[in-house]
Write a protein that binds this ligand. Structure first.
Ligand code: HEC
Length: 160
């Protein structure tokens, strides 16, 4: 190997040696950000779901609140497909998202579909101001949440 070539090789190794860890660091950071964003989305969804439950149980349910919550729930059911990019599972940090989400994508899609089928029905019932329909569609929705959680969400982390 000529001196010039040896020098070039050394420069290349140094460049690669620096680039690789930096690249990995950026990837790890954004995966954590994505996990955080997902958590935030689910907490919003959980709050909206609770609002519907509390209002339907109230003496005089507030249809405006129910409708606003139904809108949040419906949007979540549309957006959920973007919440699970590859690399945002347990390998990226603490999460209740189980690996089956990525190893059984068809089953996971089916679980998401149960939710996205039920959410517009709740929104339609809320928009129509039909409390009876709100209550029954809310029940179906709850089953869709539970169906997915039973299979694809891990146990609660009691550390936080
Ligand atoms: C298709 C799957 C799926 C559906 C449908 C679904 N969830 Fe979840 N949910 C998850 C997964 C997976 C997590 C864990 C996410 C994480 O930790 O990154 C989660 C987390 C949550 C959390 C956060 C709790 C915590 O501490 O991790 C709440 C609240 C929640 N879901 C509420 C709901 C409600 C309410 C519905 C229905 C209206 C619903 N989810 C529907 C899969 C689903």
């Amino acid at each position: 190997m000529s001196h010039a070539r040896r020098k070039l090789t050394a420069v290349l190794y140094i460049a690669l040696g620096i680039a690789a860890p930096v690249g990995a660091l950026i990837a790890a950071t954004s995966a954590l950000d994505l996990q955080k964003a997902r958590h935030h989305h689910y907490h919003e969804l959980g709050d909206a779901f609770k609002t519907v439950r509390d209002q339907t149980r109230a003496g005089t349910p507030d249809m405006t609140k129910i409708k606003a919550a139904a809108q949040v729930i419906n949007e979540a059911s549309v957006d959920q497909g973007r919440w699970f990019p590859h690399g945002t599972g347990p390998e990226a940090g603490k999460t209740r998202a189980l690996p089956e989400i990525w190893t059984k994508p068809a089953d996971f899609k089916a679980a998401q579909k149960l939710f996205s089928d039920a959410a517009p029905k709740l929104l339609a019932a809320a928009s129509a101001g039909d409390l009876h329909a709100v209550k029954s569609t809310y029940g179906d929705l709850g089953k869709a949440c539970k169906n997915c959680h039973d299979t694809f969400r891990g146990p609660e982390d009691h550390d936080h």
